[in-house]
Ligand binder design. Sequence first.
Ligand SMILES: Cc1cc2nc3c(=O)[nH]c(=O)nc-3n(C[C@H](O)[C@H](O)[C@H](O)COP(=O)(O)OP(=O)(O)OC[C@H]3O[C@@H](n4cnc5c(N)ncnc54)[C@H](O)[C@@H]3O)c2cc1C
Length: 489
Amino acid sequence: MNDIHNMNERNGSFPYSRREVLKTAAAVSTLPLPFVGRANALQTLPKLPGVNFMTASDPRNGPDFEGYSAETFVVPRLRALCHSAQGVGNAVKWAAETGKGFAIRSTGHDFAGHSQHEDLVIDTSPLNTIKIPGDGKQVTVGAGARNGAISIALAKAGRILGGGTFGSVGAAGITLGGGIGHFSRLTGMLCDQLESLELVDASGALRHVSAKNDPELFWALRGGGGGSFGAVTALTYRTTSAPSLTYVDAPVAVPAVDGARILHDWQHWLQQLPRSMTLHLLVMRYGGGDVLLKLTGQSLESASVTKKHIEKLFGPGNPVRDQWLTQAPAADIMQRLYGHPHYVTPLYLASRSQIIAEPVPLSGIADLLYALVSHPPRALSVNFEGIGGATGNVDKAATAFPHRAATAIVHCNNVALDATGLEPARFAMPAVMKALAPHATGGVYVNYPEADLENWAEAYWGGNLPRLREIKRKYDSSNLFRHAQSIPL
Ligand SMILES: Cc1cc2nc3c(=O)[nH]c(=O)nc-3n(C[C@H](O)[C@H](O)[C@H](O)COP(=O)(O)OP(=O)(O)OC[C@H]3O[C@@H](n4cnc5c(N)ncnc54)[C@H](O)[C@@H]3O)c2cc1C
């Protein structure tokens, strides 16, 4: 870690001439996209220590760098692939010196394309180391380390980190927005487990940010979202002991009326469960008026204890099968969940989310299911991602993540291979989410961004917005780090 901390002392000066930079930048930025690659091949890009530039036509600039959302993905004229914190600092300084607009990317899962930019992407995905010193009570990861790899490495030490359910999601993006996952009720949000970060600020300097150093920035980076305050290079979290886990994947197809009862009861049931269990409930249309309910998540209790709890929720008519619960050492569970090579296929995505803080009454749940069963397509799902527990123990002003009263983030989404395939979902989604609106807080989770949300800043950050803006003005007064929904000055 020392090499990261000392970057500024060793590399404080700009390593090439301003003229060289401006010449390159001007030549690149005035060309239409198809010619950029050829032009770049003919001229010399600046040599920045720790950075490999890729042009648009570079054959390596392929699927590894695609975004999750096919609709928002663009191949940038230049991708600055950063291999060290020093490289990130050099890329940020170069962008600032040349006046180039840019986006910062970790692993490209942003629904709204905030990590995409047609000119320059400062790409931190190569910073993917995972360091677990000694007793495993802490883990330090690079900005581009992925949830699956982190979970596997920690589980080998009998430890977990509570945040993220999908293996390929990167540490920087998810943590900066909050981060919910399979252990959130026990551990809190991923940002609650954060002890410190390394961040390149608007001057290109590397800061060690923690509650002690730069407390305001530390506050803002826990829930304020990515791409607003600087480029994170590394993150250190405290971890939780979990030598053994029970993984739950319990699907039941039931008539909509039974589904409404289970979904309604799940809200009360979850809040009374031991915090050692975080179990989300997904609902989708099944056919013939039935709905499919899928309870998924992790429990630190044994399979038999976990099963007893689930039986209470599902009721006597829906026996809980043993094969829906896998109890094993944490290392085996994580290997099974994430031990396959990650590959994110860019998909067309429709996504809307709402936050609930009080249980939705049965009439509201019935309205939601009616909208779901009476609208195509079948693949449209509504996931009740349960939080509460430790996530609610933190004051709403203690970090930038404001949704502390939430008991669930309700996420309606659908993916398709092309834009046409998504049209039925785009048509149905407003009706489905409208049924929930009277019972929701009006807030939206910043990690599920909606490009067309009108009052996005208030919805993402609520009462924490004014303080976020103050901190933005203090640390990035020129708005160097920006995208369509970054913290406004
Ligand atoms: C399939 C899928 C599953 C998901 N599952 C979960 C889940 O279980 N829990 C949950 O909470 N969220 C989940 N999400 C949402 C996810 O947390 C966000 O999409 C998150 O922003 C993705 O992180 P990323 O590193 O891929 O981000 P990117 O798309 O690379 O970036 C996201 C934002 O962070 C900024 N950013 C990226 N890298 C850096 C950096 N190094 N420094 C500063 N800013 C940076 C970008 O500029 C952008 O604004 C999921 C998303 C997908 C697509």
